[in-house]
Design a protein around this ligand. Structure first.
Ligand SMILES: [Zn+2]
Length: 211
């Protein structure tokens, strides 16, 4: 992939993919938070961490990353997060990262999995290994964003399956996705791990933003 030498938000020439003005704008939106679900019986994971609320500037950036064939935007986001690393160092408690998978068809169409691009950067920042081939998406489904709340849950029911579970036993697992809206996607991913005997209290979720 070729990354343009411009700020990917405003398009001005910039070697770091993020100019000062846009950095300040992102700064205003950045707010690392963790929500605890350890007692929530409907959730198959213990907590959810996120860097932004899904609105304004970051929302536009994620949409571009996801739907407008601008994979290089992940560079801008990760460059920004790199400077915030101290803020979310508690994520180092996780031993491995699992990326929410897309179906083979979607991956082929888009050419990349946007969550994987971000996860690779987080993996470098925190020195946590990405474990591949643990969760697979067996069926292509319509994008969650195109559906209402009830449809979303139905849409992804039973589409994930867990493999190679011995690789993640007794480890703290961080599942990474781009956006958290109803939480159905990550919850379904966590569920296939729990069904294979993984303790939900050892599973966390990280997304760039929460809707
Ligand atoms: Zn800019």
């Amino acid at each position: 992939m070729i990354y343009p030498q411009v700020c990917s938000i405003c398009g001005k020439l910039n070697s770091k993919s993020l100019c000062n003005k846009c950095k300040i704008r992102l700064e205003k939106e950045y707010d690392f938070k963790s929500d605890n679900y350890s007692q929530d019986i409907e959730k198959n994971f213990k907590e959810h961490h996120y860097f932004f609320r899904y609105e304004n500037l970051i929302r536009n950036q994620i949409l571009s990353l996801k739907f407008h064939e601008k994979p290089y935007i992940y560079k801008t986001i990760s460059y920004f997060l790199e400077n915030k690393r101290k803020n979310f160092e508690n994520l180092k408690k996780y031993d491995i990262i699992i990326v929410v998978p897309v179906s083979k068809k979607r991956q082929k169409e888009r050419g990349y999995n946007q969550s994987e691009l971000i996860a690779k950067e987080i993996s470098k920042m925190l020195s946590i290994k990405i474990e591949k081939n643990i969760i697979k998406k067996l069926k292509n489904t319509p994008p969650q964003s195109s559906l209402n709340k009830e449809q979303r849950q139905e849409n992804i029911r039973g589409v994930y399956r867990a493999f190679n579970i011995e690789k993640i036993e007794n480890k703290n697992i961080l599942i990474i996705d781009d956006i958290y809206t109803t939480g159905n996607t990550v919850n379904e991913c966590a569920k296939v791990l729990v069904e294979k005997g993984i303790n939900k209290q050892s599973i966390g979720v990280l997304t760039i933003a929460k809707d």
